[in-house]
Design a protein around this ligand. Sequence first.
Ligand code: FAD
Length: 340
Amino acid sequence: MIDFTNTQIAFEAKTGADLRRAKFLFNAIKYPPVVKLGKIFVYITGKLKLPVGWLLKPTIYKQFVGGETLKKCTPLAQQLMKYNILSIFDYSAESGESAEDIQQTFDEFICSIEYAKDNDNVAYTVFKPTALTVDKVLEKASAKTELNGEEQKQYDDYRQRFEKLCQRAFDSNVRILVDAEDYCFQDSIDELTEEMMRKFNKKRAIVFTTLQMYRHDRLPYLERLYDDAVKNNYIVGMKFVRGAYMEKERERAKHLGYPDPICATKQATDENYNNGLRYVIEHIDRFELFSGTHNEESNTVLANLIDEYSLARNDSRIFFAQLYGMSDNLSYNMLTKATM
Ligand SMILES: Cc1cc2nc3c(=O)[nH]c(=O)nc-3n(C[C@H](O)[C@H](O)[C@H](O)COP(=O)(O)OP(=O)(O)OC[C@H]3O[C@@H](n4cnc5c(N)ncnc54)[C@H](O)[C@@H]3O)c2cc1C
């Protein structure tokens, strides 16, 4: 068993001020009305372009954000590396739908691949497919609805950008995560990601697909991916998360009258996630695994599976991942087990 309660290990890298700030923030965000008000505040001040950096930067920003640019993230990545924690730089600027915005976001993704190539402390690069095109096109492509001339051109551009990112990651020998997004976009994202895995993952996993295990159709999909990998002789890059859009998905399904794609209960999602981990470890010769969760039980399940299947605790095919500042007790305590 891993002891996630060892605060000496968990917070060794933090100052007293860091811990007081974290305590204040986590206490505040326990209350849904506070979160709701915070969202409204950020939305309004953002729209009005009010200068609230002085308030956000020393608080929320310092707790959860690595930096505004790749360069500004570097000191934090170096500090984490001292504890053997590798980084992923997630470019999270709100992406617009204009051609200029899409191009600018694409360029940022390319820069992050270049950065990862030159920095051993970066484990993966990542991109959001919806940032590479307009939502309407991706939604129609997912629903297999016919695209008009202009939309087809936008879709072709999107495909090209997607492939260029994967190609650049392959040429740079850098792993690249394809984030999972809303259900209405996901079929076309999956289809293209599969194509990229077939092309670029012949020797090792470069391209990683993301499965949201709150979806009740993901375990059968995982099995289909495995069969496809055997048939076409490639390694599946597998990123598991539970999924970030539950309320929105349920509302949309109800509104449009299709079956809810999400597991009926939290327990069903948890079981799906843990069963996915087991399936991948049982077939590890065809997979590389990225487990993105703050759930203690799932992290323990994976750690125990590694022992059960006599894999090395620092097996380079398996990564545990948390968002920065969200659950340091997991990230730091886990490492004590990895190095035992
Ligand atoms: C490194 C990393 C990368 C991520 N990348 C993505 C990504 O690409 N796409 C994405 O969508 N999300 C992503 N996420 C967010 C993730 O999907 C979860 O929303 C978040 O991590 C919380 O889940 P958990 O497993 O950490 O914790 P837990 O607290 O154990 O789980 C909470 C999650 O359980 C599910 N859940 C809660 N209540 C119910 C219920 N009643 N019925 C069914 N299910 C329920 C929901 O998915 C909820 O988010 C990422 C998270 C991490 C750590």
